[in-house]
Design a protein around this ligand. Structure first.
Ligand SMILES: [Zn+2]
Length: 91
């Protein structure tokens, strides 16, 4: 049985695919396109994306760093989703 901790490489430090423990963390970086997620076109709302890469098989996971600002921006987007019903169109 898989518990909550083993489903996240950032917590378990174990690859979900090959079970290797050679996991390296690449911290989010707003100066690198792969290290961020822009929430608006002006670049004033940026989520940093931390990546956890298995050095054995290459599988990786990405997690957005959720700080106080990120939580506020995401809450705003969530409210818009509810009003516009856009979210359902992507599911
Ligand atoms: Zn692996």
């Amino acid at each position: 049985m898989i518990n909550q901790e083993t489903r996240f490489m950032k917590i378990s430090k174990e690859c979900l695919k090959c079970h290797s423990h050679d996991i390296v963390k690449i911290p989010g970086n707003q100066n690198i396109a792969e290290g961020r997620l822009l929430l608006n076109m002006w670049g004033t709302k940026v989520l940093l994306l931390d990546k956890y890469i298995c050095m054995n098989c290459g599988y990786y996971e990405k997690f957005a760093a959720i700080d106080k600002n990120a939580r506020k921006w995401l809450n705003d987007i969530s409210e818009k989703n509810k009003k516009q019903d856009d979210f359902d169109e992507f599911v």
